[in-house]
Design a protein around this ligand. Structure first.
Ligand SMILES: Nc1ncnc2c1ncn2[C@@H]1O[C@H](COP(=O)(O)OP(=O)(O)O)[C@@H](O)[C@H]1O
Ligand SMILES: [Mg+2]
Length: 299
């Protein structure tokens, strides 16, 4: 791979990346609409053998619903990455990694490790959060925990320099900087939000009510702040993750209510088979079943 100072065109870059088989885990970074997913797909199309996509974009996600990270195997028969079936999901409970960085980092590590065990080559798509030291720190940490072998940086005009310099300085991975394609035009924020709205609504379209006995139900959270209750009251509309007995995040739900007599939590979810759920993960946002996001304000 070349260094940050030697940009090449996308076609050459893909050829180089595909030919160098020591690059098992390749991460694509860039701002929103820089063409990360398009590049990831082009790369997967050219790779021979078993390859997989890890989707670390929580908002404009393609593998699994928004607010969850996911990975799945690529098949050359797919027309786009949207056809990838998720092999494993990880609940973050927010549509940006900055809203729950611990979960986003833990999820990146878990999913990339799982994908690398099952596929020869892994392409890692990321969120468009690249501005400021907080976003930089998060990207560096993700590169570290995923043991990324090479980074592709799709850059418009110097916006990734603070990240690519830090990657090279810390000797985390070689970096290939490419200019953003002329065809990649930034979408307005409302289009991105409409995309999430549709994906959330699609996910909850087949949802039913599930009752979960509160006794024995495990809470999985990275912070004491994360709870199903606020000031002693259940947070209706809270987005939650549902986990099985081995800690796998099988899907998401929306808190509907509490049956105090039966001491059961009532959750709207498309996840089948209630017996499987033994733990819940409190999210950091509210959601309606129709896919409308609302901010959760904690005191
Ligand atoms: N190389 C390219 N050629 C043509 N269109 C592109 C190219 N890269 C990106 N685009 C278009 O730009 C938009 C944003 O690209 P996308 O890959 O979704 O960006 P990101 O994943 O970085 O948000 C999409 O409509 C995509 O089709
Ligand atoms: Mg994308």
């Amino acid at each position: 791979m070349t260094c940050a100072e030697e940009p090449v065109n996308a076609e050459e870059a893909i050829e180089q990346l595909v030919a160098d088989r020591s690059l098992k885990r390749i991460m694509v970074i860039g701002a929103s609409d820089a063409g990360k997913t398009t590049f990831a797909e082009l790369l997967l199309r050219r790779m021979e053998g078993e390859s997989a996509l890890v989707d670390l974009d929580l908002g404009q996600s393609h593998v699994g619903p928004p607010a969850m990270l996911g990975w799945g195997r690529w098949s050359q028969e797919y027309r786009s990455v949207d056809e990838i079936r998720p092999e494993r999901l990880f609940f973050v409970g927010a549509t940006s990694p900055l809203a729950n960085p611990k979960a986003a980092i833990a999820g990146a590590a878990a999913l990339v490790s799982d994908a690398s065990d099952r596929a020869e080559r892994v392409v890692i798509d990321t969120s468009g959060a690249v501005e400021g030291s907080y976003a930089r720190h998060l990207k560096l940490e993700k590169i570290r925990v995923t043991r990324t072998d090479g980074v592709v940086a799709l850059e418009r005009g110097g916006e990734l320099e603070h990240i690519t310099n830090a990657i090279l300085h810390g000797r985390l991975a070689p970096v290939l900087v490419l200019p953003v394609a002329k065809e990649a035009v930034p979408k307005p924020a409302r289009e991105r939000s409409a995309y999430r709205h549709r994906r959330f609504a699609g996910y909850f379209a087949s949802a039913c009510l599930m009752r979960l006995p509160l006794e024995g139900l495990e809470m999985m959270a990275f912070s004491k702040q994360d709870s199903l209750f606020e000031g002693g009251r259940l947070i209706r509309g809270l987005l939650i993750g549902l986990a099985d007995r081995v800690g796998r995040h099988v899907g998401m739900g929306i808190i509907e209510g509490l049956d105090e007599e039966a001491n059961e939590l009532i959750v709207l979810t498309p996840v089948p088979r209630r017996g499987k759920i033994v733990a819940v993960l409190p999210g950091r946002m509210l959601l309606t079943p129709a896919g409308k996001e609302e901010r959760l304000r904690r005191r």
